[in-house]
Design a protein around this ligand. Structure first.
Ligand SMILES: Nc1ncnc2c1ncn2[C@@H]1O[C@H](COP(=O)(O)OP(=O)(O)O)[C@@H](O)[C@H]1O
Ligand SMILES: [Mg+2]
Length: 407
């Protein structure tokens, strides 16, 4: 009996994102977790300036410094949007002495945090290439990665969010006083200032007064064209919940309470406490909340994931005041650091099992997508050939377009 063909999974990481380094760590946790009996792992590294590479040296975290791409065994690649390739083109600009080849990818595992990877852009390329991929699809990724749009969409579905106002960098540069006045009127102080689409607390600041507000907005405007200012919640704890699944079959993990000794959970607290990325942050698992409050937060997390048509996995973060029974959904991370695997381990799902389940969910989502037809045949081209292009649009003719359903 022939051995079952292994699945070739391409893990895409790094990227033009302020969270580049976090992605390198998350990706290595993912690549290391794949069962090599079932999977062949192909690393696809995108450099800080956006160039694509592959090659075995990328599998070793020790190789990572600014010179990594000049290591021997590392080759330039592109992920072809053409369905006929179903994967990577190796050495795309091959000359006379080298040959470009195709590396088929059965499934792709996006492992980029933030811009150009968690925001729907990479997902869009994978939709074009028609390759099954892990995690949220283009729309859900784009919505979740944008804090302003997330608030709009979830408010629409009565999911409690902190009050906020948003504006563009141009508004701030042209009419700073008007912006300050809007914040003062709508929110008062203290407030949190956030770039709309960054993550890992990069570019985020707390302002207790107008002077600090000005400088925190300047910082946020350095990282993003769109800026969100929110009421600063005080006397709360942070509670995170991971969700996993597709469609109506979504389940929630146990809850965690990350510990912050600073004004807010900083990049340093998230990643630089230990040497394993998000895994090394200080946290209490399970979060010390009542069963009722725990269940309420898990339900809110599943509801929010459904509202954005989420698929695969996410970590959904909350700001909670247990004594007042107050819960705010803060943000949705569709590619959580370290895949939030430490929230699934307590439910008996190891990292190896987690990545395997995510690949299965990717295949399931792909099969569901394939049930839609993207093929619609008509006589339009024939008509244009016969009548010329001018003759088609708005032409009042008796002949009805014969529809030949190709499916
Ligand atoms: N409205 C708020 N009130 C109080 N703390 C907040 C608020 N918004 C964010 N924070 C703090 O800032 C941290 C980072 O904010 P967050 O919205 O999660 O951005 P990021 O996507 O960068 O993680 C949160 O983990 C929390 O500690
Ligand atoms: Mg956060």
């Amino acid at each position: 009996m022939s051995a079952k063909r292994k699945t070739t999974v391409g893990v895409i990481f790094g990227g033009r994102s302020v969270e580049h380094d976090v992605s390198v760590v998350t990706a290595h946790q993912i690549m290391r977790a794949f069962d090599r009996e079932l999977y062949d792992v192909v690393p696809v590294y995108i450099s800080r300036d956006g160039r694509w590479f592959s090659g075995d040296p990328l599998l070793d975290l020790k190789n990572y410094d600014d010179e990594i791409i000049s290591l021997s065994g590392i080759i330039p690649v592109i992920l072809s949007p053409g369905v006929q390739h179903h994967g990577l083109i190796l050495n795309p600009l091959a000359g006379r002495f080298s040959k470009s080849e195709i590396q088929r990818l059965d499934v792709v595992f996006p492992a980029i945090h933030g811009t150009h990877g968690e925001d729907g852009t990479l997902q869009g390329l994978l939709e074009l290439a028609d390759i099954p991929y892990v995690g949220c699809k283009t729309l859900a990724s784009a919505v979740a990665n944008d804090k302003i749009i997330t608030k709009m969409v979830l408010n629409e579905h009565d999911i409690p969010m902190v009050d906020g106002v948003s504006f563009n960098r141009a508004d701030w540069l042209e009419q700073p006083e008007a912006v300050i006045e809007r914040v003062r009127q709508a929110l008062g102080f203290p407030v949190f200032v956030k770039p709309a689409t960054t993550g890992s607390s990069i570019g985020i600041g707390r302002a207790n007064d107008e002077t600090v507000l000005r400088s925190t907005i300047d910082i946020a405007a350095h990282f993003d064209r769109r800026i969100l200012v929110e009421k600063a919640i005080t006397g709360h704890v942070e509670i995170n919940c991971s969700v996993m699944g597709n469609g109506d079959d979504i389940r929630a993990s146990v809850l965690e309470q990350p510990i912050s000794w600073d004004e807010f959970l900083t990049y340093e607290e998230k990643y630089l406490r230990g040497n394993e990325g998000m895994k090394s942050a200080e946290r209490i698992i399970p979060a010390p909340l009542s069963p009722a409050l725990t269940a309420r937060i898990q339900k809110l997390a599943i509801d929010a994931f459904r509202v954005i048509d989420g698929q695969g996995i996410a970590r959904i973060d909350f700001l909670v005041k247990p004594d007042e029974d107050v819960v705010y959904l803060n943000e949705i991370n569709t590619l959580p650091g370290s895949l939030a695997f430490y929230l699934w381990e307590p439910s008996g799902v190891s990292m190896s099992e987690l990545v395997h389940q995510l690949v299965e969910l990717a295949r399931e989502a792909y099969a569901e997508k394939r049930r839609s037809s993207y093929d619609y045949r008509t006589d339009l081209i024939n008509l244009a050939q016969m009548r010329g292009l001018k003759g088609v649009k708005g032409a009042k003719s008796s002949s009805t377009a014969a529809v030949r359903d190709s499916t």
